[in-house]
Structures are given as C-alpha cells and as structure tokens.
Design a protein around this ligand. Structure first.
Ligand code: PMP
Length: 285
C-alpha cells in the first residue's frame, strides 16, 4: 500500500513519524475519514470544511488548501486502485524537540500530515445494512468538546469492546438520560414517521453524513426533529438508525436487548440508505 506522509508518497513500511509527535504522545491531533465509491470521493467538501474547523478550534494551522487536500486524496485512490473504500487523514500538531504540555510555537514545529487508504469492497453492499445492527447503551464519559474530531478514541474503543462482549455491534452513549451519539456515528430514532436526532452542539460530532441525510430526508418531505431523545424513548421507537462516512446509514434493530418493531430494518432507515447512496454517488468527485 502507498501512504502519504508530509508531502511524500511512500510504501507503508517506509512511512515514519517521530516518537516526539504530539499526536502520539498527547492525542494532539485531528482526523477525517472520507469514503470512496466508484473510485470517487463522497462528501469531500464537507470533510475538508470540518477538518479546517477542528484545526482552528485547537489553534492549529491548516497546512493544506482544499485543492491540495483533494489532489492527495485522488492520488492515493489512484495509486492504490481503490474503487470502494476509505481514506483516513490525520493532522497532528507535530513533533517538537521535547515533551511539553504547552503548545509549541507554530514557527518551531510543523504539523504532521498522514493519509492512507483502506479497501472495503462491501461498503455499499454491506450485510450489516441488510440485517440491521444491535446496540447497547453506555454512559458518555468523553470530554465535552465532541464537536472537534480529535484522535482521542480510547473511550469509544472501549464502548465498542463492551458491545462486542455483549454480542452487539455498537454502543450508544447516554448523558443525563439522553443519547448523545454512537461510538463512531450519529444516532437517530423514528417515531410516527418523524425522524428525531440530537441537535448540533459541543455534545456531539457534527456528522457530515448526518448533514447530507437530513437534507435528503427534508427534500423527500420526511419530517425531521433535531432535539435530544432519551434512551427510553429510543427503546420505544418504531425504528432507529445510525449514520457515518464509513457506514452511510445502518438500521438499528435492537437496543439493550429490546427489539424495535419486528426486529428487522425499518422502512425509513432503508429508504434513507438508498437515497443517500444514490445521491452521494451522483455528487461524488
Ligand atoms: N460521531 C462520532 C463520535 C464519530 O466518530 C463519527 C464518525 N467519525 C460520526 C459521529 C459520524 O460523522 P461522519 O458522518 O462525518 O462520518
């Protein structure tokens, strides 16, 4: 596999990052994941815009313009022959000479940029989308700036492990009784035909797929309500689903062992997945 590190395309075995890199030492880094369908990028501009915002919230300089970023994404897709898959991008604050909690002076350290691809032949035709996924609920013990897409993924990772141990696929995180989001996705319920999902704030990541799916839902005259919902409300919902760049839309068929509806993917989630795939293939670049 060819990967990208600080301006160079290299075989993955030759890619190197300093042990002093603040991404490695302090999770002082942000990331993005962009999907590829038919060899083209899905929602690229949304991801580029959120990256710029994450960097700015952490007072990090953005080392790449939108066009440079696009070119690197395309070059990696070309070099690795990706038809269907993902591109991972990470920007860290860089590698100063010594470990220090204080941010290094931007004149003294350059951000580290790494990118790599992952081939995923079943991204669109995913068996989990047909079957639906099962989730457990766990308390949301992350920090309070979840709108910044940092690489602090230990807690979400522990959540996925708890789900796996419980024989489930993922975990929904709950704060004060209300669902924030999934470990790596935004969470939705459907009640009496209305799509309900938490409103945007510092409490959740502003999903790029979320923005697109809500736009498509409204264009299709579906009713959308952006507000927090409780985990109890979710268990009593007609259906539920998640969205993210790597899953698009996955129906949720069970929460904490409680089956939703008849335990099979609901019509709203199924339709939104179809619309999302069709529309985002059309607008891929
Ligand atoms: N919430 C969290 C916590 C996530 O990690 C992700 C995916 N990285 C999302 C939501 C979904 O965001 P997107 O649709 O931009 O992939």
């Amino acid at each position: 596999r060819t990967v990208y590190v600080n301006g160079e395309y290299l075989p993955e075995t030759q890619a190197k990052v300093s042990i002093f890199d603040r991404g490695f030492l302090m999770a002082d880094a942000v990331y993005e994941v962009t999907s590829v369908l038919d060899g083209r990028l899905i929602d690229f501009d949304g991801h580029a815009a959120r990256l710029a915002r994450s960097l700015s919230e952490l007072e990090m300089q953005n080392p790449l313009s939108r066009d440079e970023l696009l070119e690197i994404h395309r070059e990696l897709v070309r070099r690795n022959g990706i038809e269907e898959g993902m591109i991972y991008l990470q920007i860290t604050r860089g590698a100063p000479a010594d470990r220090d909690f204080v941010f290094p002076d931007p004149d003294e350290v350059k951000p580290t940029v790494v990118m790599f691809t992952q081939n995923k032949p079943e991204l669109a035709d995913n068996p989990a989308a047909k079957r639906g996924i099962k989730v457990i609920s766990i308390p949301d013990l992350r920090w309070s700036r979840r709108d910044i897409k940092t690489v602090q993924l230990l807690y979400p990772s522990m959540g996925k492990m708890a789900a796996k141990k419980a024989g489930c696929d993922d975990a929904w995180m709950v704060e004060d009784g209300f669902v924030t989001e999934g470990t790596s996705n935004n969470a939705y319920i459907v009640k009496d035909g209305r799509i309900i999902t938490r409103d945007l704030s510092h409490d959740i990541l502003h999903g790029i797929t979320r923005a697109a799916v809500l736009r498509f839902a409204r264009e299709a005259q579906m009713e959308v309500e952006e507000r927090p919902f409780t985990i109890d409300e979710a268990k009593a919902a007609d259906e539920a689903f998640i969205t993210s760049a790597s899953t698009f839309v996955f129906p949720v068929v069970e929460i904490d062992g409680v089956r939703l509806g008849d335990g099979t993917p609901g019509p709203v989630a199924t339709r939104l997945r179809e619309i999302y795939l069709e529309e985002s293939r059309k607008s891929a670049i």
